[in-house]
Design a protein around this ligand. Structure first.
Ligand code: 4NP
Length: 165
């Protein structure tokens, strides 16, 4: 049996210790609940490498924990190969969108990079705000946006998988 995942999804923020690890955790839960844990591969990365190897920020982990989510990832920086290997790259804000262009050296993959908030249906925001220098409400806001958008991302990926059959 071929168990290779058929869709690869990468979440990207600046440091890969707040927003994108939380997105990875929320999306993993959504995907497992949909029975697609073996089909959809999920990872996250940062456009900056400052926090490489670190667990998610403890404030983000605590906020996620209070919603029953354990964030287990270790930070890594985006690699050039990510742009060719992943099917969909979801960035948290426009600055990430700008910065990730540097990793797409041949300029071949721009269409697979999308703003995460395009997939939100219950929020008006167009970016997931960086919570790093703010208070606890910022981390809750991130999770609210992620829970909304990840449901939309699942619907989108399910549509993509169907159209491939
Ligand atoms: P993230 O948040 O991009 O959501 O992981 C940040 C984490 C660290 C820093 C900025 C934003 N920093 O300046 O170190």
């Amino acid at each position: 049996m071929n168990t290779a995942p058929s869709f690869k999804l990468l979440f990207v923020c600046l440091g890969n210790i707040c927003r994108s690890p939380a997105a990875e955790g929320v999306m993993r839960r959504v995907v497992v609940e949909a029975g697609l844990g073996e089909t959809i591969h999920i990872d996250s990365a940062g456009t900056a490498g400052w926090h490489t190897g670190k667990r998610a920020d403890e404030r983000m982990r605590a906020a996620a924990q209070s919603r029953g989510l354990e964030l287990t990832s270790f930070a890594r920086q985006v690699r050039d190969a990510d742009l060719s290997e992943y099917d969909l790259v979801l960035v948290m804000d426009r600055s990430n969108h700008q910065d990730i262009r540097a990793f797409d050296r041949e300029k071949l993959h721009a269409t697979k990079v999308r703003l995460f908030c395009e997939f939100c249906t219950d929020h008006e925001e167009t970016e997931v705000p960086d919570p790093y220098y703010g208070g606890p409400e910022g981390f809750e806001k991130v999770l609210d946006l992620l829970e909304d958008g990840c449901a939309g991302v699942l619907r989108h990926v399910q549509g993509q998988l169907k159209s491939r059959v």
